[in-house]
Design a protein around this ligand. Structure first.
Ligand code: CP
Length: 290
């Protein structure tokens, strides 16, 4: 299948190539695809992924068609496959999809246009990971040997699961931390206070209240007191260490309000890099390189 669905089957050389290409675009390289049309099809809410794909497509001179799942025939029960097949036959050149269904793209094997995965269930968020990697690479100029701890709602997080797999492949040491009810076996556990003092990258995650079938055992204020990144905790981080978060952030839950834009935070830089990474991904796919 064409496009970008998961990073698991993307060789690390290709990942580095995409990051370098995004950096070239950030530094002024012009790429343009006039006359091309790409559909955005979001079955789940999104601000960053949806609209940074849209900005990326517009920057590439591509016409964006937003499929409204509330008013389209999705509401009459049309399947994902039939919806995407329809767009293929309408003559569009690619589709960006977000769905709560894990690995929804396995249904789309017969589709002949590029599919760009904007996030599937708890499994993959490839462009988020690429923009995270680009931000780390801009900071350190390497991945090998860097230590990253992902803190929070690991079990529900496609960002954590995607990042752990790819970061380890790129030679990073990856740890997880947070309340026991949020932890799975995707990486080695480290206590929160130890992580704060020893990591090069502290990556916080939003508590995904909408994905919790059972009520959280801990109150929000307990969570903030035990696992929230406060100014006092930031002062314990290594001098060069950075703070990342895929956002949206729950200010006052996993991160204190005054930390969101502190000098160690790269949260808004991540969002800016998302546009360049998505331009690099779409351009590579339209050039037949993905
Ligand atoms: N980081 C991220 O995926 O944000 P959105 O849900 O707003 O797209």
């Amino acid at each position: 299948m064409k496009g970008l669905l998961t990073l698991k089957d993307l060789h690390k050389d290709k990942i580095l190539e995409l990051i370098e290409y995004a950096l070239q675009i950030k530094n002024g390289l012009k790429v343009s695809y006039p006359g091309k049309k790409v559909v955005t099809l979001f079955y789940e809410n999104s601000t960053r992924t949806h609209y940074s794909f849209q900005c990326a497509l517009l920057n590439l001179g591509i016409n964006v068609i937003q499929c409204n799942t509330e008013t389209s025939s999705v509401q009459k029960g049309e399947s994902l496959y039939d919806t995407v097949r329809t767009f293929e036959y309408l003559g569009v050149d690619g589709v960006v999809i977000r769905s709560s269904q894990d690995e929804y793209f396995k249904e789309l094997e017969n589709i002949n246009i590029p599919i760009f995965n904007g996030g599937d269930g708890k499994s993959n968020h490839p462009t988020q990971s690429l923009l995270d990697l680009m931000t780390i690479y801009e900071e350190y100029g390497k991945f090998e040997g860097l230590k990253c701890c992902i803190i929070g709602d690991i079990a529900h997080s496609r960002v954590a699961h995607t990042n752990i797999e790819v970061m380890e492949r790129l030679g990073m040491e990856v740890y997880i931390s947070g309340p026991e009810e949020f932890i799975d076996d995707s990486a080695k556990y480290i206590p929160f206070d130890e992580a704060i003092k020893t990591m090069d990258v502290i990556m916080l995650l939003r508590v995904q209240f909408e994905r919790h079938e059972e009520k959280m055992e801990m109150t929000i204020s307990d969570y903030h007191a035990r696992y929230g990144l406060t100014k006092e905790k930031v002062d314990c981080m290594k001098e060069h260490a950075i703070i990342m978060h895929p956002a949206p952030v729950n200010r006052g839950v996993e991160i204190a309000d005054d930390v969101v834009e502190c000098s160690k935070s790269r949260i808004f830089k991540q969002m800016a890099n998302g546009v360049y990474i998505r331009m690099a991904v779409v351009s590579s796919a339209l050039d037949g390189k993905l």
